[in-house]
Design a protein around this ligand. Structure first.
Ligand code: SD4
Length: 334
């Protein structure tokens, strides 16, 4: 090798080494501008969790149990969202969810890890913890998404228990709804309560999860945004993550969570990114005044954002050992 080639090779090897080390630190040089747009570098050793709605506080606490002991963000988000999934008083997520207009409880969920792997189930029945089935789809199959009977079959083959999920309370609510509503699927602003969660672990890696029974009394077979990677939730370890709640149809049409993450990649703060996505819905969705959509986001520095169309959206944020519910800012002020 002549001297010129040797110098060039040494130079390239050092660049390669630097890039490698930066990746190992979770500090992707491609996202370098992110560092300058927020205050100084990827956050390590400071677990951060954000989740939708007030009940996110218990979910955050369960996720923090794992993160505080050095556990990873993927385990944390799964454990976190399993809390509302199991909660018999929560009628919009998991086992006690309200049914569709035919009286069937059908659940949607998705999960993403720090490496961009993703798993999802949609329109699954009889399984109380769809988030764990979504994780199994991610880890045990070559696929991202399984739906309906196929998702159920996969769950049963993997040891999940088949259960009747329709509670007496949910059945009563459905029977009342049937009397008044003429079998018409609802879209109003008060029919939402999905849990979406993003967590950053001590190593500075992010994962996300989202799970729901979807819109109460929806058409049989309807799938919302929540199990759709990039709509209901998206996480990118170079940038941050986002999750959505509210009318899934509006979120799907703008690829909402992906939009928020891409906006952060391009230099917006999490707050600016959430506001931008809500404004995109306003631009595209004529009836935006009659619906609700909310977004939450965090970037890799642990900075947060939240914004919704109308008043009433809340989220739970856990950082530096403090777990609190916050009112989100919103667009439609009287
Ligand atoms: C859906 N986004 O299925 C969900 C509904 C929900 O909080 O409850 N969001 O459209």
């Amino acid at each position: 090798m002549n001297r010129r080639k040797f110098v060039l090779n040494t130079f390239l090897t050092s660049i390669g080494g630097l890039v490698g080390i930066n990746y190992l630190k979770g500090n992707n040089p491609i996202g370098e501008h992110l560092k300058s747009s927020v205050n100084g570098g990827i956050m390590l050793d400071n677990p951060t969790i954000i989740s939708t709605w007030k009940f996110g506080i218990e979910a955050n606490a369960a996720a923090y149990e794992i993160l505080s002991k050095g556990g990873n963000a993927l385990d944390a988000v799964e454990a976190g969202v399993r809390v509302p999934e199991a909660d018999l008083n929560n009628t919009s997520v998991g086992r006690a969810g309200y049914p569709d207009r035919d009286g069937k409880v059908t659940l949607d969920a998705c999960i993403m890890d720090k490496d961009g792997n993703a798993g999802s189930v949609a329109f699954i029945q009889h399984i109380a913890h769809p988030i764990s089935v979504a994780r199994a789809v991610m880890e045990k199959t070559p696929h991202v998404m399984l739906v309906g009977d196929g998702a159920l079959q996969f769950a049963l083959e993997n040891g999940f228990k088949k259960e009747e999920l329709l509670t007496d309370n949910a059945k009563k609510a459905w029977e009342e709804w049937k009397k008044k509503n003429n079998y018409t699927p609802p879209v109003g602003p008060n029919n939402h309560d999905t849990i979406g969660m993003l967590a950053i672990d001590k190593a500075g890696n992010i994962s996300g999860a989202c799970t729901t029974s979807g819109l109460a009394f929806k058409m049989h077979g309807r799938v919302g945004d929540s199990p759709i990677i990039g709509a209901g939730m998206y996480a990118d370890n170079n940038v941050g993550g986002a999750a959505a709640t509210g009318l899934g149809e509006a979120v799907i049409k703008i690829a909402g969570s992906f939009l928020v993450v891409e906006a952060m990649r391009n230099g917006k703060t999490p707050q600016e990114a959430c506001e931008m996505a809500v404004h995109r819905i306003i631009e595209k969705q004529k009836n935006y005044k009659d619906i609700q959509v909310g977004f939450i986001a965090i970037n890799k520095n642990g900075e947060r954002g939240a914004y919704s169309l109308v008043k009433g959206f809340q989220y739970a944020f856990h950082q530096k050992g403090e777990n609190k519910v916050y009112d989100s800012d919103y667009h439609l002020k009287e």
